[in-house]
Design a protein around this ligand. Sequence first.
Ligand SMILES: C[S@@+](CC[C@H](N)C(=O)[O-])C[C@H]1O[C@@H](n2cnc3c(N)ncnc32)[C@H](O)[C@@H]1O
Length: 282
Amino acid sequence: MAVESLVRKLIPSTVLVARNPLFCAASCVVDATYGRYAEWRTGVKMPPLRYIVRTGVGNNILFPHLYYATAGHKVWQYFFSEGLANLESNIVDIGCGCGKSGAALRDFRYADVEFSGHYYGFDIDTALVDWCNGHFPPDHFTFSLVNGKSSLYPASGKPQAEKSLAVCQDNSIDLVFSQSLFSHLLEEDLENYVRESFRVLKPGGAMCMTFFCLEDLETLGLLGQRWSFAHKIGRAYVENEAFPEAAVAYERDVIVGLAQAVGFSSSKVILPTYQSSLLCKK
Ligand SMILES: C[S@@+](CC[C@H](N)C(=O)[O-])C[C@H]1O[C@@H](n2cnc3c(N)ncnc32)[C@H](O)[C@@H]1O
């Protein structure tokens, strides 16, 4: 763990690795070889390795392709089994990355049944948004660039709209979710997304966002080892002062309070693992 903590200090995020020119050059070799093999083996269209590495690799920085192809399925199993969404739902995924969750929904087939609702992905990274728009059917999947400030994920293009989820109408969405987005947001952006999620959700709709919950990390024995979250910016606890958005944690009451303040009728923190989830109903 001491080694892991040292590596974290030296390389606060794989996002920095993914933008390194040497890594990008080497990643082209992986794309042309293992990437094509993984595509053939899984039937899932693979983004370039440098895009996958910007969004999370499941502890495998050179060959995360199988992780990309499989990790998204569990999310839908959870949402569908809990009745938070179904194959006809309108769904928003904020910080959608290069479509790991969306791909599992796009490729879902059971007999003749497939996804017939609408999925809206939002991200701050132009290259990822462009890649997704080129690899998902536009009749059921829309990806948009959003405005945001980040030391780690610089907004890389002109946002399509100032108001973050502006392409979505008020009261039109069944589920808003994010995977590993709130773990990279300082308070202003986080509050904005909670407010916008409330606006777009139908009454009774759900918001489910993963985040680092300080109390759960402590209970799980993860504080003081891989994570310290020793620095504070407003009510956010950050791991690295130079790159605050590399990893951000919140106290349970703070995040629940933010959701209550915008009007959610129920808000709780569930599923304490490495990241917990904030689950709210409008
Ligand atoms: C750790 S990745 C997770 C990606 C995706 N949810 C997944 O599970 O593969 C975080 C994503 O959030 C995006 N992001 C970071 N800050 C953001 C912001 N302020 N608004 C929207 N997206 C943001 C990044 O570009 C990145 O794609």
